[in-house]
Design a protein around this ligand. Structure first.
Ligand code: ARG
Ligand code: ZN
Length: 486
């Protein structure tokens, strides 16, 4: 659930003119995906001409965040060993990234913003490195062969600085009065670890986080161990299923911890700032019910742990679906918990291929809230749709179409969330409940632990329903202005 931060401008006018026919739009969507691999491939061609290989691309080619991610390799696993002192706000880290080269590589980049790098090794040998903005360029002693697995060891430290997003909000390592609120969408992961920082490249993670005794460090997945020695506590977390870098967290604070296992066998770990505990209790108590309800609707829960981090960080202005364990900047209501937990299927397990497709995350999670209300004695999803549809054409809800937000500054604005959810309600009306819920489940199952595109979602909807839905999606996802009365 997104609360607009100061400086956000969800009404920002579109910079690009509306696109024409649906086919053109679908092709444009496909070409975005194609360009993500093209960037890397064009350097691969250069590599054959040069026996030392070529540099990997500085970014994955995402039009909204051109430097996010890198070319020439894919990551397998991040092992993060962090020590944080909430009083000095200093972070000291060693990191090991396991990856595989997708081209012959003379040099490759990781994304890291701020902090001081102390040393880098590739496959155990000292590597040269240079920094330019968020690009940490690493030159291994020996070029990496195409297809070669490799390991990067890094050591770095300093006081992390959060990242300012195009919409003016902050993400990344955001220090609080008792630790740090750590949430990286869309770019902030690079403020605390060196990453291939784009959701297309997912990996497993392990975390070893050391904090002064009395503080709790909460990351993703399962808590493997916790031990206190000489006034310091080390928390060891393991996230085995693939995760996009923006969904990683290593939140630190003085938290009350609740642990239990649901009747369906999922271990729950909640960390709650005592200042928010009373207000958060009713929504947190619903976590097992929400897990069961969403598993019924969307298919089996994709992860082996669940929970919540409820921090007291009122300046942040949003919650984030950090994998397995969403983070809230204050006590959430049930709707927000339903939203962030729905992202575990839509956004976390099935990830974006391009940030332009953000409605695949936010439209779906918002629609989950509408479904929750509908099935728990509230208004129907159609009534939610009707309420929003009543807004005049001048309302910011109609400022741009959800699948073409035009730029990074718009990815968390209301057309993405609300009109994205309205698109799903229109789909449901067109295909009927049986096919609609089959589409949602099939989407979650067939792209589980991977990525999807809007074009693939449209194709799936047409396949399941055996209907031509081109006009519907063209109107709701890609056409500027308020759609005509359905
Ligand atoms: N995905 C989050 C949510 O809806 C919103 C994150 C907003 N992030 C930001 N940097 N403004 O649930
Ligand atoms: Zn969301």
């Amino acid at each position: 659930m997104f609360a607009a931060p100061a400086g956000a401008s969800p009404t920002r006018p579109r910079r690009r003119p509306a696109r024409g026919r649906f086919l053109a739009t679908a092709l444009a969507v496909l070409s975005v995906t194609a360009s993500l691999t093209l960037t890397a491939e064009s350097t691969a061609v250069a590599a054959t001409a040069d026996g030392h290989g070529a540099p990997g691309a500085r970014g994955l080619g995402d039009p909204y965040f051109p430097l996010a991610g890198n070319g020439g390799y894919t990551t397998r696993h991040y092992d993060l060993d962090l020590a944080y002192d909430p009083l000095t706000r200093r972070l000291d880290a060693t990191e090991a990234v396991t990856a595989r080269a997708t081209q012959r590589l003379s040099t490759f980049d990781l994304d890291l913003s701020g902090l001081t790098v102390r040393g880098v090794r590739v496959n155990g040998r000292t590597a040269r490195w240079t920094r330019d903005g968020q690009e940490l360029a690493i030159t291994p002693a020996k070029p990496l062969g195409k297809g070669q697995g490799f390991r990067v060891d890094l050591s770095y430290g300093g006081v992390p600085e959060d990242v300012t997003d195009p919409d003016g909000s902050a993400d990344g390592w955001i220090s609080t009065d008792d630790g740090a609120f750590v949430a990286g969408e869309p770019q902030g992961a690079m403020s605390w670890f060196a990453a291939d920082n784009h959701p297309l490249d997912k990996a497993s993670y392990t975390f070893e986080i050391t904090v002064p005794a009395g503080y709790t460090a909460v990351a993703n997945g399962v808590l493997a161990s916790q031990r206190t020695r000489a006034g310091k506590t080390t928390f060891h977390w393991r996230q085995s299923q693939p995760m996009a870098s923006y969904l990683a967290t290593a939140t630190v604070g003085k938290f009350d911890v609740q642990r239990y296992t649901t009747a369906s066998g999922i271990p729950v770990y909640n960390a709650v700032d005592p200042r928010e505990a009373a207000d958060a209790a009713p929504a947190l108590a619903r976590i097992p019910a929400i897990l069961d309800w969403e598993s019924d609707l969307f298919g089996p829960y994709p992860f082996s742990a669940a929970g919540a981090i409820v921090d007291h960080a009122p300046d942040v202005g949003y919650a984030l679906e950090t994998q397995t364990r969403p983070i809230y900047d204050r006590a959430p209501g049930v709707g927000t918990v339903v939203h962030e937990m729905a992202h575990q299927w839509f956004g976390d397990s099935v990830s974006l291929t391009s940030w332009q497709d953000i409605w695949l995350n936010e439209g779906f999670a918002t629609y989950a809230e509408w479904l929750w209300e509908e099935q728990h004695g509230g208004k129907t999803a159609q009534a939610s749709f009707d309420g929003y549809y009543a807004r005049p054409a001048t309302n910011s809800l109609w400022a741009f179409p959800p699948a073409d937000p035009g730029e990074g500054a718009n990815i968390f604005a209301s057309p993405v969330y609300t009109r994205g959810a309205m698109t799903l309600q229109e789909l449901r009306t067109a295909v009927g409940d049986t096919d609609f819920f089959t589409i949602l489940k099939t989407w979650a199952r067939s792209h589980r632990y991977g990525s999807g595109t809007t074009a693939q979602f449209i194709a799936l909807s047409e396949r399941v329903s055996r209907k031509d839905l081109g006009a519907l999606f063209h109107t709701w996802l890609y056409t500027a202005g308020k759609p005509a009365r359905p």
